[in-house]
Design a protein around this ligand. Structure first.
Ligand SMILES: Nc1ncnc2c1ncn2[C@@H]1O[C@H](COP(=O)(O)OP(=O)(O)OP(=O)(O)O)[C@@H](O)[C@H]1O
Ligand SMILES: O=C(CO)[C@H](O)[C@H](O)COP(=O)(O)O
Length: 334
């Protein structure tokens, strides 16, 4: 950590395992810097270890396998600037290790399965994102990772995903109602019956009416826009690229929706898209493109997943700047 923070800004990153949270966290570190930001993985609040879960048949997604009282107390303490003694869940052994000391930092990110599940924890968050990956894409990503990197068999990966599904639907998915941004990753509409899942349709749902959060928009705020970018300015090989902007109602609340379907052939040309967006919370024209270019090797950099992850990160930075400026202002007033 750099200096002692005046105001700890708390960010929630929610989603199932294998949905791109770690990639997003790397993008946040690029924006905020490692020293400035501390990540708390909520797996550390598992109250049942792997053996106990196996014996009881309770999954890690089930709230009964997690200690929300301790999670709340400790996250609240961090937000209040206090140091905590956080438990550690060891994914190698499946056991709960002795706790570690965590100090407050300017930005504290709580990431994992349940950052928005418990009403008390949720109320502490200053900004949140939920990664909503459709089953088709989730399977493709998980199979790719677990087979290539972890030596798992195709049938085992599929069985693992299916066995998580009931509790996922009961306890994890409903949290998307509470997120400020939901990133939906869906199969493309540009290729009929696509099974490759290389080309993706990605939607960024931005909550309307949150104080200080100004959703990004395409061309004209409040309009509905379908945009096929000019092929001379944005090179896209088959099946091309399609963008959309409009508003929708999500869990009974208004959201602004941005959508990118397709992939970028040439990342430098993303600037063309960026210049047609407003409220991006960039510091200079081209910053979004620059951030993407900085790590073209991150998964999804050539499509809407990377693009919207960067945009969400920029919105989090704006929230941080707004909240700390407000806090500083209040401090001056008293
Ligand atoms: N945008 C993307 N495009 C393509 N593949 C992706 C993308 N994001 C993630 N993946 C794939 O999914 C895998 C999991 O991503 P990541 O590690 O970021 O997820 P996670 O939510 O942190 O998972 P876990 O909680 O299990 O660690 C990556 O190794 C990669 O193979
Ligand atoms: O969904 C998960 C979050 O990452 C894990 O499955 C959960 O934390 C249990 O971990 P493990 O399988 O290593 O016992």
């Amino acid at each position: 950590m750099t200096t002692k923070p005046e105001r700890v800004v708390l960010i929630g990153v929610a989603g199932d395992s294998g949905c791109g949270k770690s990639t997003f966290l790397r993008r946040l570190i690029d924006l905020f810097g490692e020293e400035f930001m501390t990540v708390i993985c909520l797996d550390d609040y598992h109250s049942l270890d792997r053996k106990q879960r196996k014996e009881t048949g309770i999954t890690a997604l089930d709230p009964r396998a997690n200690n929300f009282d301790l999670m709340y107390e400790q996250i609240k303490a961090l937000k209040e600037g206090q140091t905590i003694n956080k438990p550690i869940y060891n994914h190698e052994t499946g056991l709960i290790d002795p706790p570690e000391i965590v100090k407050p930092n300017h930005i504290v990110v709580v990431e994992g399965l349940h950052p928005l599940y418990d009403e008390r924890v949720r109320s502490l968050l200053d900004f949140s994102v939920y990664f909503d990956i459709s089953d088709e894409v989730k399977i493709a990503w998980k199979i790719q990772r677990d087979m290539a990197e972890r030596g798992h068999r195709y049938e085992d990966v599929l069985a693992a995903i299916n066995s998580r599904k009931p509790d996922f639907q009961k306890y994890i998915e409903p949290q998307r109602e509470f997120a400020d941004v939901v990133l939906q990753v869906l199969p493309t509409n540009l290729i009929k019956d696509d099974t490759d899942r290389k080309v993706l349709r990605v939607r960024m749902l931005q909550r309307e009416g949150k104080e200080g959060f100004e959703p990004a928009y395409l061309f004209d705020e409040g309009s509905t826009i379908n945009w096929t970018p000019c092929g001379r300015k944005l090179t896209c090989s088959y099946p091309g690229m399609q963008l959309y902007y409009g508003s929708d109602v999500y869990y009974g609340r208004y959201v602004s929706v941005l959508e990118v379907d397709g992939q970028f052939d040439n990342l430098e040309e993303v600037i063309y898209i960026e210049t047609h967006l407003s409220n991006t919370s960039t510091k200079y024209q081209g910053e979004l493109t620059q951030l993407l270019l900085q790590h073209r090797e991150y998964p999804g950099s050539n499509n809407g997943t990377g693009f919207f992850q960067v945009l969400t990160g920029l919105k989090m930075r704006a929230a941080y700047e707004r909240l700390t400026a407000k806090e500083a202002k209040l401090a001056v007033q008293v």
